[in-house]
Design a binder for this molecule. Sequence first.
Ligand code: ADP
Ligand code: ZN
Length: 718
Amino acid sequence: MEKDLLFLKKFFGFDQFRPYQREVMTEALKGNDTLLVMPTGGGKSLCYQLPSLLTEKLVVVVSPLIALMKDQVDSLRANGLEAAALNSSFSAKEERNIMDLCMSGQMNVLYMSPERLLNEIPRLVHLNIGLFAIDEAHCISAWGHDFRPEYTRLAVLRESFPGIPVMALTATADKITRKDIITQLGLKNPTVFISSFDRPNLSLNVKSGLISRDRHQEILKFVFQRKDESGIIYCLSRKETEAMSDFMNSNGIQASAYHAGMDAESRKKVQEAFINDQAQVICATIAFGLGIDKPDVRWVIHHNLPKNIESYYQEIGRAGRDGLPADTLLFYSTQDLIRLRQFAEESGQKELQLEKLQRMQQFAEADVCRRRILITYFGEAFETDCGNCDVCRDPREHFDGTIIAQKAASALIRMEEKAGVHMLIDVLRGSRRSEVVSKNYHHLKTYGIGADLSFYDWQAYILQMLNLGVFEMAYDEHFNLRVTPYGRDIVHGRKKIQLVKPKLIPIIKEDRRKKRFAEIIAEAEQELSFDEKLSDRLRMMRRNLAIEEQVPPYIIFNDRTLQDIVSRKPQNLLQLLDVTGISDFKADKYGDVILDTILENTGKKARAKGDTYQETYRLLKSGKSIDEIVAIRKLSSTTICSHIAVLVGKGNLVNVFDYISTENYNKVLKANKIIGQTEILKEYFEYFAGEIPYGDIRLALAEINRRQPMDDELFGDD
Ligand code: ADP
Ligand code: ZN
């Protein structure tokens, strides 16, 4: 096997490269500059981390956010690599330690901010550096949304280190930014890799026309169906984030609000609770997300329409970074349009913002594959339907909606175009609301002509008609609706219109709600299959380990690994090593706990035996001596030695020379040449006339068996 694949498995636990990972690495290893544009979750970090192992040289990474550096360092260390982030929180001594490791060539990856890098150059020139990686390289561009002036000074790298390749990485695809990165960093004929912007693992779903209370119920149902899965609910205002979080908590879901109005300390707490899987749901304004790299966010809900497609894509992009399926759900209503419209008008870039809002609205009302609209918006060709959006899964049913449009438009004309969406629907449906009566609308000829449709249907149709240009909204006049010339053509029978049947959403009556949700939970629990239970247990175990080690649970092992464990149910360490994301280091560190959990859950007959080896193994790994284990487990030393002998036989689990001297080993080895077999311990015992204890003989023979075809005497007598 090629060395890079071998290292990929050994240090990261993966079997294959993702698209472009190998290509960009190969270029960098040849000493060439590169630019890699890859969406979030595509696997950029590996591209600069693995080269440090392949070249045995230090990789210096420039990254803008301290929180992200810490995460990366934790996950590298969790795989047994040496990594650190230089930042101001270190004491002089700690810093010296880090620098010592760099000097002696033991450090694999060193992270720092751009400011820090500029200051460190005099020290860096003494190190054996193989690669500079500039993460979030779009920060260099004043055109981008994340401009950081310090980045623009990084060109100095090219001058100070002419022989060392630079790898620039970003998830921002647009052309101007790309060009900016190359010129400003002074990259020399860089090879540019651009992977698709698409995130096929994100499902796209939109529900339109629901009033706020019904959205709440829909969201609750959605979350109930996703027990233990982390998610974010984006709301438009601070007040809404708090209301939503209260609503979730009152229904037994651990949720927290997050918005820019909170002080830094509370915000940090909320972030940490989310990262550590202690808060399942975050109800946030757009302020949430930057600086968060949680890979296992399983869903994102937009309680309201976002203000443009860029924000929408960035926000849903926080889900499913680990590449596993994740769901996104967007709600929107005329009320959202009204508010966003106001924001846009006040924004100082009115025309542009309104245009962007319009595109967002078109996306939400789309009756063709949503992903096609999204990806095309970013300038990439996308020629087939995706199969993973609500439109693809449940194609829209078009019908001749001329009569519906005529009813609505003529009712509006008779109301002298002085009604908003709500009033129009009330009149169409013949409501007795006092405001309807006081305006004498109940005497109109059109009063009640739309009573055959529900409020919800009308909401949905009016949104469609707004989008199709039958109506427009007078944003400057109480948001009243107006009939456009096209709408008048329809009223007079000169033009026709196609509408799309809204999807019926069953709405649960208030008094039955509590019961219904209790039922949903009960059903969900009953239906837990064996695998789901195992996965629950593993999750719990992972959380405990994470608390012990003070890292986020996904650093211990991520959801993909968890799923793979559940589907393979490894019974021993060798099988565990086949699991994706299980590096040698992790197998060694967590192998026993993971295997234990599986054994406990599979309830096999062999369990008692399996457990007893595991228990001994765990105690050995925690540094206990054989005598101590004998005392703790109240078993004979013969039994404990036989456990160790089995563990020795299983490969690299324990090192036999931690328990016997090389001297005794070599004696047994010599005796083995004479006695020949390895089964009957008594013969050896008598051969040595009791000079070597049984336990040592057993362990030495286990080691001899293990090495059988490999070699002979390994150790001198010194
Ligand atoms: P990015 O920086 O591009 O957003 P990351 O580097 O954080 O993405 O990687 C996203 C996820 O994909 C991580 O959980 C990482 O472990 C995983 N990953 C990276 N490369 C591979 C691979 N070759 N096989 C399987 N998983 C991978
Ligand atoms: Zn689709």
